[in-house]
Design a binder for this molecule. Structure first.
Ligand SMILES: O=C(O)CCC(=O)C(=O)O
Length: 277
């Protein structure tokens, strides 16, 4: 397995020393996360590593599963009995994306898998999030995945079903494919008043551009994002270059698995396939 430490700019991000040399950089990014619900770590990967990981990813693209669905921002089946016709809980938007599951990354040769399975990275993310202990997702398909977005692919406005996600930007599309975010739009998901449906509705209708932050996609950037409370989307991809982003799943509970429904939608199957070399 490749050495994950060789992929990261350790001078800028001392991943192996979160309480020593890395403490100040972690402090900076933890504060950014607290304040904005997102923290951006540009240049996390070394430039030469980005090129290698793009090449690795392109070799996996053919094994991606395509989903093209209409869903609400809440990623649940809309209930017409409970909500009026144009309510955000019933407003559908298209999400079209191709996803490569965790089991497709070779345990012997994948740099991306080595990075995800590196305990030092878990520690680093744990310190940045201020959540310990932190565990990698246990799901053999969904623990990490590569999202591939070709021309016209898009992710509609949504809130995530997990508290946070860690993403690694590998390759932007020629144009479009922008990550847009309305940070901290909803508070406690158990409090109806915290849902701010009027504001959600305005964002969905394109009437609240002032609330939207567009986060540039720079290859080699690690992003830690609190997606359960932040409304976000990826605008339609334009051009022939595929947009490549890797997602790393963590949880404060050990052994977390994705649901069977999610696995069917995202990977087209429930179980791992051939064991990679
Ligand atoms: O591809 C991205 O940049 C973000 C993905 C995303 O929004 C999600 O998985 O919820």
């Amino acid at each position: 397995m490749p050495d994950p430490a060789a992929l990261v700019d350790l001078d800028r991000y001392p991943v192996r020393s979160p309480t020593g040399a890395g403490a100040s950089v972690i402090g900076h990014h933890a504060a950014e996360l607290q304040q904005h619900g997102v923290s951006i770590l540009p240049g996390f990967l070394r430039n030469d590593a980005v090129a290698d990981l793009v090449q690795e990813s392109e070799g996996l693209v053919a094994g991606a599963h395509r989903q093209d669905v209409q869903s609400t921002p809440y990623l649940e089946v809309p209930d017409p009995e409970a909500w009026p016709a144009n309510h955000p809980r019933r407003t559908l938007a298209r999400s079209s994306v191709h996803t490569v599951a965790y089991d497709r990354f070779s345990a012997a040769t994948s740099g991306l898998r080595a990075l995800f399975e590196w305990d030092s990275l878990v520690q680093f993310v744990s310190c940045l999030l201020g959540r310990a202990p932190l565990y990698r997702y246990a799901d053999p398909l969904g623990a990490m995945n590569l999202t591939v977005m070709h021309e016209d692919d898009t992710l509609g406005w949504h809130f995530d079903q997990t508290d946070f996600v860690v993403s690694l930007a590998l390759q932007p599309s020629d144009s479009g494919g922008e990550f847009q975010n309305v940070p901290r739009l909803r508070g406690d998901i158990n409090e109806e008043a915290d849902e701010h449906y009027d504001t959600v509705g305005r964002v969905l209708a394109g009437q609240a551009p002032e609330l939207i932050t567009t986060i540039p996609m720079t290859p080699g950037t690690l992003m830690v994002f609190e997606g359960r409370g932040s409304l976000h989307r990826v605008t339609p991809v334009q051009g022939a270059t595929a947009r490549l982003v890797v997602l790393f799943g963590y949880d404060t509970k050990e052994g977390t698995m994705s649901s069977d429904v999610l696995k069917e939608i995202r990977y087209g199957r429930r179980h791992p396939e051939a064991v990679s070399g």
